[in-house]
Write a protein that binds this ligand. Sequence first.
Ligand code: FES
Length: 236
Amino acid sequence: MTVTDQQPPADDPEARTPATDPAADPAAGPAKDAARAALHDRIAADSLTTRRDYLRIVATVSGGLAVGGVAVASGVLHRHGDSEGAPEPKKVTEELPPGESIAFRYPGDEDRAVAVRLADGTLVGYSAVCTHLACAVLWRKERGEEGELYCPCHEGVFDARTGEVTAGPPPRPLPKVLLTEELDGSVWAVGTTRSGESVRDGLCRQFLDERPEMAARLRCPGAAEPEPRTERGRAT
Ligand code: FES
């Protein structure tokens, strides 16, 4: 499903997919909480999370990041990455085939975001709020070599792989939404980045206080030394 394919619900003029509509989310309620807790634990727990998980999180994210335009800079709009703490992981969709995208909200219920699976399988996520004047950014897979993110308000265009501005008036690239893919193919949003912030720095900022073991393993500034592991992957 693409952003432009989605039918807006009657109570919301913007695109929202069944996977992100709380009323239609199959993981809603206690099941959702359990799934969220399980994923959070899986990401964070020393015995279950390996460096490979970190690398996978980082590898599934590409592109630049930024705060938005005038409205964002003046504080009228919530910026992606404003939160100091780690946002709760959120299931974006059960699966995302190559060339497709899906609109969702993250980290807050008002924060428009978009996830895209590029033709080569790369998974990318961005704020869907244009950094010019905050119009909704859409995915156009038929444009360019691997599609593009497009803002129809003033013909703004962003690189699908990096989020960098390639045309039009947007002053900065799109902020990123950090995505990871589970073994069952489901796609989860696990964090965001700020303007000028690397993926690692974004993860460090969000994990330093709430997930110190994660911060330690990423060797974040200010984090404790990571504990040594035994052959079975458990800290001694
Ligand atoms: Fe997106 Fe102007 S609001 S290009």
